[in-house]
Design a binder for this molecule. Structure first.
Ligand SMILES: Cc1cc2nc3c(=O)[nH]c(=O)nc-3n(C[C@H](O)[C@H](O)[C@H](O)COP(=O)(O)O)c2cc1C
Ligand code: SF4
Length: 518
């Protein structure tokens, strides 16, 4: 009987040696004259277990991880073909506590299906959302998205239905759907994982968006550092086209929509929606002044929906199960689930999808298991390089846009980067300014000049020069950048800087204030 084995083709798994594991399994099977079929799935998201190899047995799929090529002989010897005992055996992946605690909607299929297989996607509920969308038509699709309470997952949390309605109402001969898959935030990998592990879901989401607003062409803008995601997306797009799910008269309907993948060089600012549009048009990625909004004049000056990968991949579920079903998850104005990415100095890092509202500390300490170094956690930066450092005494913060904003923090794209007690907060603050100075598009003065002055000020503070005066100037500079920058790159760089200063004042040579220690 042919042995069926899943080995992820996810970039993280490959970086950890998945391709070598495949070769070792093939060689070991050949030596035993054991026919074997190896399916290259996406990652389940338990990244510390990659490469996570799964063997199909009569009891279900049994996982072993992290598997190195050197482990393969011992796995065969232990009878892993039948799910045999071995030090690397983790049992059924879906029963692992990291997985069992999650509410997976967007990531429900990731790691389970063969991402290259159209029929596997359909067999696992794929295209149910599009089928319903075709039956509903544009107005009701947008109504369903409105009911779901979906807010953009790229960082700003803007209501998706409002964006779509604006584009739907715009009069133009051409409209576009642009998927923002630039994923430049530190500690984030959910967009990449879904493109590698369930690319049809993004195709389905973009197709529904196209029908809703009257767009016939879509672009996925991603970075050159994501070759595996690009490969998976292009393979899936070709398969969807071959099955009549992209192109003219999708699934025999009156609607037409097609899409392609475009690659940027990886500048952080090219994730900002208007710089992204410039880059997509073949220009240098520079932020555009708003108005006009991209919804009115976007790609090639035509009305354009720009949404993050996670916003678009939530859509098939919203349509399949109904907006109200999706809105049942979450808290306050943060509805649905969020694929949270736990990274940095963390024991069990990975992708954890759950309803909004989970406390930050639970994600880091209970689910993530604390730091990988075993030292006490000091702080976590949430929401990418422009996100605040959240100290441990604020770890009861629920994962919610408004709760984070109330503490001058942000959720962003849902990335958490954990630091232990050795983190030097002065260096972190300096890094934020340096990052901004390197990545600034240069269009506005507070960001272009301010970030460079910020680095200089931090260097003086670190050297112990006129600390009090330089801290005052730095605070003033941060205010100018916050209020005067054209986009959030310059406007949010002060948040990590000020949070480090506020929560860890003693490291900056200032006394700890009572409210900072609360
Ligand atoms: C400097 C900068 C970088 C950004 N990078 C990304 C990114 O990598 N991915 C993303 O989806 N949004 C990014 N954004 C947010 C986008 O400008 C925009 O809000 C988003 O694509 C809208 O999609 P959504 O409504 O689905 O979130 C960035 C914003 C700024 C200011
Ligand atoms: S804030 Fe920075 S990145 Fe944004 S427009 Fe100004 S110079 Fe460009």
């Amino acid at each position: 009987m042919t042995l069926r084995i899943y080995v992820p083709k996810d970039a993280c798994a490959i970086a950890c040696g998945a391709d070598e594991v495949v070769e070792a399994i093939q060689a070991a099977a050949l030596a035993r004259r054991q026919p074997v079929e190896i399916i290259r799935n996406g990652s389940r998201g338990m990244l510390w277990l990659e490469p996570l190899v799964e063997v199909v047995t009569p009891e279900g799929r049994i996982g072993y991880g992290p598997v190195g090529a050197e482990d393969v002989e011992s796995l065969f010897a232990a009878g892993f073909q039948e799910g045999g005992a071995h030090a690397l055996r983790i049992g059924k992946p879906e029963e692992h506590p990291f997985m069992a605690k999650q509410t997976r909607l967007t990531f429900a299929r990731c790691g389970i299906i063969d991402p290259a297989s159209y029929s596997d996607y359909r067999a696992h509920g794929g295209y149910k959302g599009l089928e319903r969308a075709l039956a509903l038509g544009p107005v009701e699709i947008i109504e369903e998205v409105k009911k779901s309470g979906l807010r953009g997952r790229g960082g700003a949390g803007f209501p998706t239905a409002i964006k779509w309605k604006t584009v739907a109402d715009a009069k133009a001969d051409r409209k576009y759907i642009v998927c923002n898959a630039d994923e430049g935030d530190s500690g984030t990998f959910a967009d990449r994982m879904i493109m590698e592990g369930d690319p049809f879901e993004l195709i389905e989401g973009m197709t529904i968006a196209g029908i809703a607003v009257g767009a016939t062409k879509g672009y996925v803008y991603t970075r050159s550092e994501y070759p595996h995601a690009i490969w998976a997306m292009e393979k899936a797009i070709a398969a969807a086209r071959a099955h009549g799910m992209l192109g003219v008269n999708i699934a025999g309907s009156q609607y037409s929509f097609d899409m392609e993948v475009r690659m940027g060089a990886g500048a952080y600012v090219c994730g900002e929606e208007t710089a992204l549009l410039d880059s997509l048009e073949g220009k240098r990625g520079t932020v555009r002044a708003k108005p006009p909004l991209p919804a009115h004049k976007g790609l090639f000056q035509k009305p354009t929906v720009i949404n993050n990968v996670l916003s678009l991949t939530a859509v098939p579920h919203i349509l399949a199960d109904g907006g109200e079903f999706y809105a049942n998850f979450g808290m306050g104005r943060s509805r649905g689930t969020m694929p949270i990415q736990i990274a940095g100095n963390i024991k069990y890092g990975g992708l954890f999808e759950t309803a909004f509202g989970i406390p930050l500390g639970e994600l880091i300490n209970d689910i993530g298991g604390g730091t990988a170094t075993g030292k006490p956690v000091k702080a976590a930066q949430v929401g990418g390089p422009l996100g605040a450092y959240v100290p441990t005494w604020q770890f009861d913060l629920p994962f919610d846009y408004e709760a984070f904003a109330a503490k001058d923090a942000l959720i962003g794209h849902g990335g958490i980067v954990v630091f232990d007690e050795d983190a030097d907060m002065k260096k972190m603050a300096r890094f934020a300014m340096e990052f901004c100075s390197v990545e600034s598009c240069g269009k506005c003065t507070p960001c272009r000049i301010g970030s460079t002055r910020g680095v200089e000020l931090m260097d003086r503070i670190i050297a112990g020069e006129r600390v009090e005066a330089n801290l005052a100037t730095l605070t003033d500079l941060c205010q100018t950048m916050k209020l005067g920058s054209l986009c959030a790159l310059g406007g949010f760089t002060p948040y990590p800087v000020l949070s480090a200063m506020t929560h860890f004042p003693e490291e900056f040579g200032a006394p700890r204030r009572l409210e900072a220690a609360e």
